[in-house]
Write a protein that binds this ligand. Structure first.
Ligand code: SF4
Ligand code: SF4
Length: 94
């Protein structure tokens, strides 16, 4: 009984390690100094998570960003990007 429990626990740990290696904690970052307010990222966001405010892009307050990276790919000025994070903020995504 104890051996079975130990085996199950080891298996669980190995599965957990594998999953954690495949997913990363990420966060969307905006550099307002480089944003020229062209709106390309806003147009291509599949979740309508972005908006232009005073000529600069920003995440809507109740956004549903899924960190797909579309905005980063489309921005001609590298002003919006996804950063991998250490620590406890951000979202876990593949
Ligand atoms: S695509 Fe880039 S420059 Fe254009 S609004 Fe978005 S972040 Fe700003
Ligand atoms: S990462 Fe994807 S969902 Fe999030 S703001 Fe950019 S385009 Fe929209």
């Amino acid at each position: 009984m104890e051996v079975t429990f130990f085996y199950t626990e080891c298996l669980f740990e190995r599965v957990k390690e594998k999953i954690m290696a495949e997913i990363k904690l990420k966060e969307l970052k905006i550099n307002p100094a480089w944003c020229k307010g062209c709106g390309i990222c806003v147009a291509f966001c599949p979740k309508s998570a972005l908006e232009l405010v005073n000529g600069k892009v920003q995440l809507k307050i109740d956004n549903h960003c899924i960190l797909c990276g579309n905005c980063e790919l489309r921005c001609p000025d590298y002003a919006i990007y996804i950063e991998e994070k250490e620590g406890e903020t951000g979202q876990w995504v593949k």
